[in-house]
Design a protein around this ligand. Structure first.
Ligand code: ATP
Length: 610
């Protein structure tokens, strides 16, 4: 297994090696403690596996007894042979019975573990800060939940019982060999250290490439998911070739590391194969000499040959299991990374927001080293409307996400209804805030089910009222099954604007006192814009509204507009005041008006051609 020599010379690599070593050890510990939680069934499965293994060599021992009888007593009757044959047959039959029981038990346990592990991961995901999902792609999480968890089934269902059975069989075989004759036993095991050395060499040479291979395979997974999910964009932008090449590159990277591992593996493995089967060259001449001089019986010699030659096979099996174990340790590492990711801290004495006011106090924030927001202040009374505007990359979406606690602020505090959001229980926070983001997500379910995400027990009347307020009812009724229409993955047949209005209806149903809306830039045709504006008006009248605005015409009525530039507040005020006082806002407004006129001209041009 992958714990051993660190083959790198530089300090950096030594440290990296040590880190990997301790991660491997931790992951192995997790694997074993997972087995220990079901120790009753796991131990019985291991014992059954061991018995099955012992029964596999028992017929050879019986055969040697028979040979003894034949040699010592030449006049043996054929009927005397039958008990030996029957015993050997029974051993073989029971070998498979025990192996079968071991497999059934270990698989029952394995599937139980699989079930609980998948549930544990699924329960963990909602407890993670929302920012976690910005960092990890769905492809990476999918790989952990499907493939890495599957490795645990292989560990409990196959590897562990086989590993225990084969290790004990190896020891038992060596003991029997020494019991038969110590000189022949030494001859049988003499080449094995060479085999072990070869294996240790493979492991140490492959340590780095193995880790790189697993990272490359994770990348391949992500690329594959993106290749499939992004197919409409890829085709629309005729990026089929470049996207396919990206996918091919990730596959090639994977096979590159596979090739390296094979190269590292080829020579030591060949050496091992030769060594594992070379003991016959020692046993046969030495055994013949010992027999000629009367030091061993013919039956002992035959038995040494039969089980001694099997030693290579047992070790080969152990080595194969060792390499499976490496994969399982690697899978467990990824599962643990997810399971032990830092959750939003539990609040000891949770605070409750008293109203729908929002205060952003001297907030600074950095994703990594560079500050994205610096000393930002906002004060919003309940029921008021705040717009965040500014050039691309100014930090508008980041500020909106901080209000939802995607991440915690670096300095300062964000208060909802007077309570620091770090002191508010995560569920309570979500009860007070609704949000509609640019990357709209709809479940592959009916329109009604998607709306009910906002309020699971909403009546049909409530659904329709929310849909009417968000300007969705008419297009929903025009769908083939109305509210029972299955929208399909990513919203299927709905337009971008329609999907956004569905999300607004969902937020309306949730009826949280504060709404954060990261306005989408993509769905800007005038009809949609007017409809979205009306949908927003429905939200505004009794809610505190924070809108990250790209279409400035939708926020001219905001109580306060905060202009962000390079992470700092460059100006603030109403639309009219900012037009008079802020050059940056004026420029943004002029750019917006120009783009609207351009779209209008484009449309007129289109109409003329029609
Ligand atoms: N998850 C992230 N990790 C690291 N950097 C990020 C992350 N999200 C955003 N950034 C960076 O933070 C900066 C501010 O991004 P943000 O999305 O908040 O800007 P924005 O004003 O909303 O831009 P836009 O109008 O284009 O949506 C950008 O430089 C962006 O590259």
């Amino acid at each position: 297994m992958g714990i051993g020599i660190t083959p790198f010379s530089s300090t950096l690599r030594m440290n990296e090696g040590k880190r990997m070593h301790s991660q491997d050890a931790n992951a192995l510990g997790s694997l074993l403690s997972m087995a220990a939680q079901h120790k009753g069934k796991v131990m019985v499965a291991c014992v059954f596996s061991l018995v099955a293994q012992l029964l596999s060599i028992a017929p050879f021992v019986i055969l040697s007894f028979l040979i003894d009888r034949l040699v010592d007593d030449g006049s043996i009757q054929s009927t005397s042979v039958w008990p030996y044959v029957t015993a050997a047959t029974l051993c073989l039959v029971f070998r498979y019975v025990f192996a079968g029981f071991a497999a059934v038990l270990s698989h029952i346990t394995a599937y139980d573990i699989l079930h609980h592990l998948r549930l544990a991961i699924a329960k963990k995901l909602p407890r993670l800060p929302l920012g976690f999902f910005n960092r990890k792609t769905s492809g990476q999480i999918r790989k952990v939940m499907l493939e890495d968890v599957e490795q645990m089934e292989l560990f409990i269902g196959h590897n562990l019982p086989d590993l225990v059975g084969s290790t004990l069989l190896l020891l038992m075989t060596i003991l029997i060999l020494f019991w038969l004759d110590w000189r022949l036993a030494l001859a049988a095991i003499a080449p094995l250290p060479i085999g072990f050395f070869a294996q240790a060499l493979t492991i140490s040479r492959n340590r780095e490439s193995r880790s790189l291979f697993f990272t490359a395979s994770e990348k391949m997974n992500t690329t594959m998911v993106q290749y499939i999910h992004g197919m409409p964009v890829i085709k629309a932008f005729t990026r089929t070739e470049s996207s396919f090449n990206k996918y091919v590159d990730s596959v090639s990277e994977c096979s590159y590391y596979e090739d390296i591992m094979c190269e590292h593996w080829a020579l030591p493995m060949t050496l091992f194969q030769v060594a594992a089967n070379a003991n016959m060259l020692l046993i046969l001449p030495l055994g013949s000499l010992l027999w000629l001089h009367g030091h061993v019986t013919i039956s002992a010699l035959v038995l040494v040959l039969l089980i001694g030659l099997g030693l290579g096979g047992i070790i080969q099996q152990l080595i194969m299991m060792g390499s499976f174990l490496e994969q399982q340790v690697e899978g467990r590492k990824r599962i643990d990374t997810l399971l032990f990711s830092t959750e939003l801290p539990e609040v000891e004495n949770p605070a409750t927001p008293q109203d729908a006011s929002l205060r952003v106090e001297h907030v600074s924030f950095a994703y990594e080293d560079n500050d994205i927001l610096r000393d930002v202040n906002v004060n919003l009374e309940p029921g008021r409307f705040l717009a965040l505007v500014g050039p691309s990359g100014a930090g508008k979406s980041t500020l909106a996400k901080l209000i939802l606690r995607f991440w915690d602020v670096k300095n300062g505090a964000i208060r909802l209804g007077g309570a620091d959001i770090r002191q508010v229980d995560a569920n309570e926070l979500m009860r007070h805030v609704s949000f509609v983001f640019q990357n709209i997500f709809l479940f592959n379910d009916t329109v009604a089910a998607n709306l009910r995400v906002g309020k699971p027990d909403a009546t049909q009347e409530e659904l329709e009222a929310a849909a009417r307020a968000a300007r969705c009812h008419d297009f929903i009724m025009a769908l083939p099954n109305g509210y029972e229409y299955v929208v399909g993955e990513k919203g299927g047949a709905l337009s971008g604007g329609e999907k956004q209005r569905l999300c607004i209806a969902r937020a309306l149903l949730k009826n949280a006192p504060i709404l954060v809306l990261d306005e989408a830039t993509a769905f800007v045709d005038p009809e949609n814009e007017a409809d979205i504006q009306l949908a927003l008006n429905a939200l505004v009248h009794d809610k505190t509204l924070i809108v990250v605005a790209h279409r400035l015409s939708t926020i001219t009525s905001a109580d306060e507009i905060v202009v962000l530039d390079g992470g700092i507040v460059a100006a603030r005020g109403t639309h009219v005041r900012l037009l008079a006082e802020s050059e940056l806002y004026r420029n943004l407004w002029q750019a917006h008006v120009a783009s609207k006129e351009w779209r209008l001209n484009q449309k007129k041009g289109g109409d003329l051609h029609d």
